[in-house]
Design a protein around this ligand. Sequence first.
Ligand SMILES: [Zn+2]
Length: 352
Amino acid sequence: MPLTPLLGHQQTRERLSAAIRADRLPQVLLVTGPAGVGKQRLALWLAERLMCEAQGDEPCGRCLPCRRVAGLVHPDVHWLVPIPRPKASDSDKQVEEAGASLEGAMAERRETGRWGPPDGMASHGIAAARLLQRRAGLTSAEGGWRVFVIGRAERLVPQESSPEAANALLKLLEEPPAKSVFVLTTAAPGLVLPTIRSRTVPVRVGRLSDGEVREWAVAQQLDASEEEILAARGSIGRLTGGDDEGARKARAAAVAVLEAIERGAQETALVSIRQGVAQARGEFTAMLDALADELASRARLSATRPGSVRRAEAHAAGIEAVLATRERVQGNLNPQLAMATLAEELASLGAA
Ligand SMILES: [Zn+2]
């Protein structure tokens, strides 16, 4: 089943199309906007637009390249999504494993034409960075454009575990090969590593209209009530349920952690026990994501107030600490221990 069609974002499409026509399309884009509005789908639309034989302002949807992009089988369109950390210890085997995980994720998308949020543990780890680098080093299979879509770019891991892979990735984004385009997407640009963000050209997209959400639901033969469509507030992800319940729980847990730290040392010491974080690693990393998100929004808030530069810096350092913890937990560190250390760290940074 081909991907569900892209709805909305008309102005953005026109701008991108005009840039292609003028031969001025930036090679590294960062598409930002609310969750579930079609950012990755827009990136794939761009791939279709570049590959389409008709070369109109919109991809024709009928030619072979268009159908191959929408069917997720175009050899020059590479879609990277967060995947579980490979188990192999050998780095070549890790890259193979990452390739197989990606292929699995794509097979699922080919079958349903849609996708939901990734597992809380999934990320773009070092193996994925190497895989990307390897694919980017090949020549185009069809002799034309190559497009690399990196969904959820905020999950590109911090660099501490492998500076050499991280630097190779930065170099790739700094000097992308000719006729290649990298489209990173994220709903949380504040969490994308600044070294990566600074190498991208931002493309902001907004919410869909209620009419567009309705149109999508009808096309998908989704039995959605008018109330549900309005409640989706312009997000197809929210309409289809995504993982709203899980996200709400994660956010509540993150806020509780920050509140405990604010109450002082005694409460901080108890955070990991009170949160009962030891159970599911997936839930724990979802909580860490929510924690980083919360710190990012506090940082934005304090940046607008005079004389609070230090506070904003503390939030930024706190986000780094959360992301580093996230990586360590994926490397099998016990979540409870990780939470205790992180709480201490956030308290001493004054990041809560
Ligand atoms: Zn076409």
